[in-house]
Structures are given as C-alpha cells and as structure tokens.
Design a protein. Structure first.
Length: 69
C-alpha cells in the first residue's frame, strides 16, 4: 500500500499504511517542489516511482530513513 499525500492525514490512515509492510515504521519520499509525499511501500523506490508517474521530477524527490511509530 502506497499513498501520495499533499496534506495532513489521519493517524489511523498512517497506521494502516504502516501495518501493510513493516508494522512499526513507514518509508516515504518527498517531492520538495510539488510539496507531496509518497508514503508506504517496501522500498523507497516504490514510492518514488509512484510520484514520478504522477508528474514529479526525480531531481526534486528525496528519500528518508524509515519513520518509526
């Protein structure tokens, strides 16, 4: 499960994304120009690919270490 978000999401939705892969953490990448994030997936590249397919430019996308909940 990967979601593209551009505004604050409910904690319950974040927990659902977390539960889909690692249970206690979620991986994400950020498009700093379009101000949106790809959240979820097994690999950072999964979310990166989704952002690129939705119009992001790879040079504007930055990955982050997993966020533990």
């Amino acid at each position: 499960m990967i979601k593209v978000i551009d505004k604050k999401i409910d904690k319950h939705i974040l927990m659902e994304i977390c539960d889909a892969h690692f249970k206690t953490m979620v991986k994400f990448v950020v498009d700093i120009k379009l101000k949106k994030m790809g959240v979820g997936g097994e690999l950072h590249s999964d979310a990166e690919e989704l952002l690129i397919n939705e119009g992001s430019n790879q040079k504007n996308i930055f990955g982050r270490k997993p966020l533990s909940l």
